[in-house]
Write a protein that binds this ligand. Structure first.
Ligand code: AYL
Length: 492
């Protein structure tokens, strides 16, 4: 049996809360200018410095407690496209010792309802544009409008802007009474290996481990680079949350924020802000490589592109390299691992691999009977380590299916450790999950919609890979009710 461990030495993870970890003093915020723009709104150029974020989130943290009455452990749902003060909001809720349940602003009404009800959220933050659908649900669930808050500065339909509830004093850190090793900082939603989206309990420690593991794996002897990161990945999803909000602000690296992905705006912002780094997903890589729009702009400031969330073929890597001569590093992660746990790292890796394990993370590879496999053998990845989730929220059945008795987490992803290159490869997925442009689509959800139609007797939804767009597309196989088939047969 082989247990794989990183070639990078492990790093100790302190037992502290995430708010104090990000805003407490560290090697980065002691050496960088904390009054220059850190969060920059791409479309308007408005910005917040590290000091602004620290002050506003610390005042808002007391406001949540004193002016709203939020208590330690309360769960607050957040549904919004990327905003300038997203980081202020998240940090303030952590400072108030609450748990944040972020969700996709593009959800359908049923998906919003599932997450709000399932997470047992007792407060919610959104944007005015989503209020009509959100209020339909919260009115039904009995969540009062005094507990619904908005980004921006306008009160709408009895819901206050969260900026209006700031307290007068800053919360003191480190926070007292938070157990960073056990308390849930984020309740993110993911389908896992089967069924509908489930609440993934990610502790303060999970995020701190993720940040320290990333820092630990970086080369130490290089000249400091003044990076600027492009932030279009959604801040509700683990990839954007960890790599954009927490990693970047811990290291005081500016992020140019985009509310949503738009290739022309992306290219304009790269040129204007001399962006040096971006985390992307495979369809964006293809778009950048092929679209005539990208060819019109100077993209030469980009030195590093991280690509993950779905596979990227060697052909796509090569065609992107012709247009943007940046280093492209691939990575692999899950919501349940608090983002990347295998990555090619800044040193790069062989084409098509996902790289090497993060420090602190252990991996083993098993066959369909749970038998442990060795080098070059294909099987399911299992992980153990400090950035692996605490478990699914209120879901003993899913936890029993996902964790082995000795604490390994099953992934539903199939891959191998390749001895020739010393790197991991991901080869297949055995779980019921479709990845559409990096986003999770649960086949069970689409099947439930189809089964709700009178004409459908049975159905099955699978993902088919479309090489030209570098993404899977859902395809449904449907058995129609016999009566319907008869009608169809009668059609001329
Ligand atoms: P979730 N290649 C193939 N499949 C991948 C890859 C990859 N590089 N990365 C993720 N997946 C699939 O929760 C895989 O099936 O998180 C995995 O179980 O939305 C599933 O996506 C998880 O989907 C980073 C940081 C990747 C973040 C991420 C993405 C996390 C996506 C690399 O460094």
């Amino acid at each position: 049996m082989v247990i794989y461990r990183s070639t990078v030495p492990s790093v100790p993870i302190p037992n502290i809360d995430l708010f104090s970890f990000i805003l407490g003093s560290n090697e980065y915020n002691q050496t960088k200018d904390l009054n220059t723009p850190l969060a920059i709104e791409g479309e308007t150029g408005k910005s917040l410095s590290w000091n602004d974020i620290r002050e506003q989130s610390s005042l808002l943290a007391t406001g949540w407690t004193q002016n709203v009455g939020l208590k330690q452990g309360d769960i607050v749902a957040v549904f919004a496209p990327n905003q300038l003060d997203h980081s202020v909001l998240y940090l303030s809720l952590l400072g108030a010792k609450c748990t944040i349940s972020p969700g996709n602003p593009a959800y359908t009404e049923a998906e919003f309802e599932h997450q709000i009800a399932n997470s047992q959220s007792t407060a919610l933050v959104t944007v005015p544009g989503l209020l009509p659908v959100i209020l339909k649900i919260t009115d039904k669930l009995g969540l009062p409008r005094s507990r619904i808050f908005l980004f921006g500065d306008k009160q709408v339909d009895g819901c206050r802007p969260f900026n209006s509830i700031k307290g007068n004093v800053m919360v003191q850190y480190p926070l007292q009474g938070v157990d960073g090793y056990n308390d849930t900082a984020f309740l993110s939603y993911s389908s896992g290996t089967t069924g509908l989206a489930k609440g993934v309990m990610l502790t303060h420690k999970n995020f701190i481990a993720q940040i320290l593991q990333t820092v630990q794996a970086e080369p130490k002897d290089e000249e400091p680079v003044h990076d600027v990161i492009l932030g279009f990945l959604p801040f509700y999803h683990i990839y954007g949350l960890t790599s954009l909000i927490f990693n970047a602000y811990y290291k005081v690296t500016p992020v140019v924020i985009m509310a949503r992905y738009d290739l022309e705006l992306l290219c304009q912002l790269v040129e204007k802000h001399k962006v040096t780094m971006a985390s992307i997903v495979p369809p964006v890589a293809v778009h950048l490589a092929k679209s005539p729009i990208a060819a019109k702009y100077d993209m030469s400031s980009i030195r590093l592109l991280g690509c993950g969330a779905a596979p990227l073929s060697k052909e796509h890597i090569e065609s992107l390299a012709k247009r943007i001569p940046a280093k492209l590093v691939q990575g692999y992660g899950m919501t349940e691992t608090t983002s990347g746990v295998i990555s090619q790292g800044l040193q790069g890796g062989v084409a098509g691999s996902i790289g090497i394990l993060s420090p602190n993370i252990e991996c083993k590879i098993v066959n369909e009977h749970g038998k442990e496999l060795g080098d070059d053998e294909e099987g399911e990845f299992l992980f153990r380590g400090p950035s692996i989730m605490k478990g699914y929220f209120n879901n003993d059945k899913a936890n029993a299916e996902t964790f082995t008795l000795d604490g390994w987490m099953r992934t539903g992803d199939v891959g191998k450790f390749d001895t020739k290159s010393g790197e991991f490869f991901i080869l297949d997925r055995i779980k019921e999950l479709i990845k559409y442009k990096g986003f999770q689509v649960a086949p069970a959800e689409l099947e439930a919609i189809l089964m709700g139609l009178d004409i459908v007797a049975d159905c099955c939804v699978v993902g088919l890979y479309d090489e030209s767009q570098a993404t899977e597309i859902p395809r449904a196989y449907v058995v129609l009710q016999p009566t319907v088939e008869a009608k169809i047969r009668k059609c001329p």
